[in-house]
Structure formats: structure tokens, C-alpha cells
Design a protein around this ligand. Structure first.
Ligand code: HEC
Ligand code: HEC
Length: 372
């Protein structure tokens, strides 16, 4: 269910169809038409009276003012009017110029707001069912098929929270995901190129909406810390307290949200690197699914030094770029956990401290992966 707040926003958008500006526009248009008709009628009437009169005195032949009159009061008045007009221009032009930057900024804000408002309506309509109201994460009811395409069972596939999606992906990467959807998952294609129903403009509107609801960094830190405490409660050595769900903090991070559905699994690695993770039936941890297998020493071969692997996890993969010893990122699906890719953009609402994991958390998950 979309939240009432979002529904209200969506409704406002619809109500604004006939805006005040449009009404004023039509009124002015009407007045112009009326004035035009009146002018034509008056002109025609006046014309009729003069039929035949031009034989005695053509209209332009009435006697005009004398030189004295022309060069006296008349000239003074004309010059006076000119001076006053110049004065008005001289004062108002700088005033207008002074106000212009403010007007432009205001226009950008209004633009931004209307994009966000449109994006909100689109989100409620198309995404909220799976990703949850206000993008806090949810589940997608998905029919699971076997290799031969036969129905096996209906599963609840975790859909990641998107109120942190610009922590881990750049706006352009999110655009690509929306354009093409995510093959082998319930995430459909929305863009025209991927066979979806939306224009590029609509995709950007939804991204603007998502940008407007990204959580503050401190809130994310607190949420993740609370979830880690619930499943691991590690000491300084990164080993979980006895009787906890996981053995190490790295393992808890890797699987964050597997039980309890925290943020729709948005913070986990398992949703892409462990088969069955997303629908609560995980196979071998790190055995590979949308992302490659991380088992049997493969990450140690790919990243001989711990630091190079930490750097990769922090930045994520970039479409078509090489990484590690012999890796090439296919489409940049692997998110970045320690560097916000949007913070550097001028005009972005995102800041550098809005990242998925702290440095210690990245180190913990890297250690866990190297033990697989
Ligand atoms: C039928 C359910 C469904 C709908 C509808 C849906 N999504 Fe998704 N989406 C998913 C699932 C499931 C995933 C995660 C797939 C995976 O990697 O396991 C996902 C992944 C994503 C991702 C990648 C996030 C990440 O961290 O991997 C983005 C961005 C996204 N969706 C945005 C949207 C937007 C915006 C809409 C609406 C236009 C939308 N989705 C509609 C189910 C859905
Ligand atoms: C949304 C899916 C997704 C998530 C979530 C994800 N990965 Fe990945 N990962 C990938 C993909 C796909 C690749 C392959 C590179 C590419 O095409 O982007 C990859 C590559 C890797 C590699 C390189 C493996 C190799 O041998 O080449 C490592 C290591 C890795 N991921 C670790 C992690 C860790 C740690 C996390 C969690 C903090 C994580 N991944 C979360 C999709 C994901």
C-alpha cells in the first residue's frame, strides 16, 4: 500500500492540470480578441462616414501646428516624456538585473520540485508494491521456474530498499538499471530501450524522487549498527558474541537482512553472490548468482592484496572497466560500499559521508570473503 502522504502528492499533481497561469493566459487572449473585433468595427464605421469626403480635403491635408507651437511647448513636452522614460529604464533595468540571479535560482527550485512531485507519483504507481512505500524495501511475489521453464513455487523475493540506492550507485547506473531492468530477477525493464513503458524523462523523474528521499548518513549508520547488534554483537576482534546468528561481523554483513528482511537486503552481498539468498533459500554462501562465485580462493587470485580488494568493494565495478588481476565488469552491477559516487557532482544533494559501510565494515566483509 502506498502511504497516504505519497497519495496526496500524487493527487496534487493531477489537480494542477488547469493552473492559475493557464487561466490568466486564456483571459488575456480573450481580451485581445475582443479589442481586435472592436477596433475592426470602429474602423469600418469611421471609414463609411468619409465616403466622398476625400474629394474636398484628403485626410492628411488638415492644417498642422505652426513652427512656434512645434518648437515651444510641444517640443518641451516630447523631450520631457523621453527623459522620464529614460529615467524609468535607467532605474528598472539594474533592478531587474539585480533580481535575475534570485529569479533563476527560484526557477530551478520550482523545476526540481515539480520533477520530484512527478517522480513521486510514478514511484507510487509502479515501484512501491515491490520496493515498499517510501522505498524502505519490500518483497516481490515471484513464480520460480526450473531449467525447463516449469513453475516450481511462488516465492517472496526481497526487493532492496532504494532510500540508500544513491549511496551505492551513480544516477547514471540507476538509470541503466531502470532502462533495462535486472535480468534473472523480478525487477522489470521500465525504459523504452528495454521494452518498458516509460520515456527517459520519466526515468529521470523517478531518480529525482529517489534522490529527494535518500536517508541522512547518521540514520543509516545507526540502523546498520542496530541490525549488526541483533545478529552478531561482535567484540573488537570482529568475532560475534556466543549464541549469535553468525560467527563473524563480516559474515553478518555479507548476509545482512537474510533473516528479518532488514532494508530488503539492500546492505547484503548474498543477494547477488549466493544462489537462493533473495527468496530465503540460500545455497553455498558466496557460491555465485548474479555476481560471480567468491569461493575456493578465487577472490585471493583476483585481488592478491587485501587492500586492492578493499578498494574494489569501496568503489564497486564500473561498466566495461577492468578490475583486479583479470576481471572485467560487465555492466557495473557490483555496487560501491565505501565511496558515494554522486557526492562529487555539482548540485547533487548527496554528501561524501553517505556510504553503505564504514571502512572497518568493508575490511570485515573482505576478510570473510577471503575465508570462503
Ligand atoms: C515486481 C517487483 C518490482 C517492481 C515493480 C520494481 N522493482 Fe526494482 N527491483 C526488484 C527486485 C526484486 C530487485 C532486486 C533484484 C536482485 O538483484 O535480486 C530490484 C532492484 C532494483 C534496483 C537496483 C537496486 C540494487 O541495490 O540492486 C533499482 C534501482 C530498482 N529496482 C528500482 C526500481 C524502480 C525505480 C521501480 C519502479 C519504476 C522498480 N524498481 C520496480 C523488484 C521490483
Ligand atoms: C547487485 C548485485 C551485487 C551485490 C549486492 C554485490 N555484488 Fe559483488 N559483484 C557483482 C557482480 C555482477 C560482479 C562482477 C563485476 C560486474 O560485472 O559488475 C561482482 C564482483 C565482485 C567481486 C569480484 C569477484 C571476482 O572474482 O571477480 C567481489 C570480491 C565482490 N563482488 C564482492 C562483493 C561484496 C563484498 C559485496 C557486499 C558488500 C558484493 N559483492 C555485493 C554483483 C553484486
Amino acid at each position: 500500500m502506498p502511504s497516504p502522504y505519497l497519495v496526496i502528492l500524487a493527487q496534487q499533481e493531477a489537480d494542477e492540470g488547469l493552473s492559475a497561469t493557464t487561466a490568466v493566459g486564456w483571459t488575456v487572449f480573450g481580451l485581445i480578441i475582443i479589442a481586435f473585433v472592436v477596433a475592426v468595427v470602429l474602423n469600418t464605421l469611421r471609414g463609411r462616414k468619409e465616403v466622398g469626403a476625400e474629394l474636398e480635403l484628403a485626410a492628411n491635408r488638415k492644417p498642422y501646428l505652426s513652427d512656434e507651437e512645434l518648437e515651444g511647448k510641444k517640443l518641451d513636452r516630447t523631450l520631457g516624456v523621453g527623459l522620464v522614460t529614460l529615467g524609468i529604464i535607467g532605474v528598472t533595468l539594474p533592478l531587474y538585473w539585480l533580481g535575475e540571479p534570485g529569479r533563476q535560482e527560484e526557477a530551478v527550485v520550482v523545476f526540481d520540485e515539480s520533477f520530484v512531485r512527478r517522480g513521486t507519483a510514478l514511484y507510487v504507481e509502479a515501484c512501491a508494491d515491490c520496493h515498499g512505500p517510501a522505498a524502505v524495501g519490500g518483497v516481490a511475489e515471484t513464480p520460480l521456474l526450473n531449467d525447463r521453464g516449469e513453475f516450481v513455487e511462488l516465492v517472496a523475493w526481497q526487493s532492496p530498499a532504494l532510500d540508500t540506492v544513491l549511496y551505492r550507485y551513480s544516477r547514471e547506473e540507476v538509470f541503466e538499471i531502470l532502462q533495462w531492468g535486472r535480468p534473472q530477477s523480478p525487477m522489470p525493464a521500465w525504459g523504452e530501450l528495454g521494452g518498458g513503458p516509460w520515456t527517459d524523462q520519466q526515468l529521470w523523474n523517478v531518480i529525482d524522487y529517489l534522490e529527494s528521499i535518500q536517508l541522512p548518513a547518521s540514520e543509516v549508520r545507526d540502523q546498520v549498527a542496530a541490525e549488526l547488534e541483533r545478529t552478531c554483537d561482535a567484540g573488537d576482534d570482529g568475532v560475534c558474541a556466543p549464541g549469535m546468528e553468525y560467527e563473524t561481523e563480516g559474515e553478518a554483513l555479507f548476509n545482512m537482512g537474510l533473516t528479518g528482511g532488514f532494508a530488503g537486503g539492500a546492505f547484503s552481498c548474498g543477494r547477488c553472490h549466493t544462489n537462493g539468498w533473495s527468496w530465503g533459500d540460500p545455497g553455498l554462501p558466496g557460491g555465485g548468482f548474479l555476481g560471480p562465485s567468491l569461493r575456493g580462493g578465487s577472490v585471493i587470485r583476483q585481488f592478491p592484496s587485501v587492500q586492492s580488494q578493499i578498494d574494489f568493494i569501496a568503489e564497486g565495478a564500473q561498466r566495461g572497466q577492468p578490475y583486479g588481476v583479470g576481471g572485467t565488469a560487465f555492466d557495473g552491477t557490483m555496487p560501491g560500499y565505501g565511496i558515494n559516487p554522486n557526492a562529487a557532482d555539482d548540485g547533487s544533494r548527496m554528501s561524501e559521508d553517505q556510504v553503505m559501510y564504514t571502512d572497518e565494515q568493508i575490511r570485515a566483509v573482505v576478510e570473510y570473503e577471503r575465508s570462503l
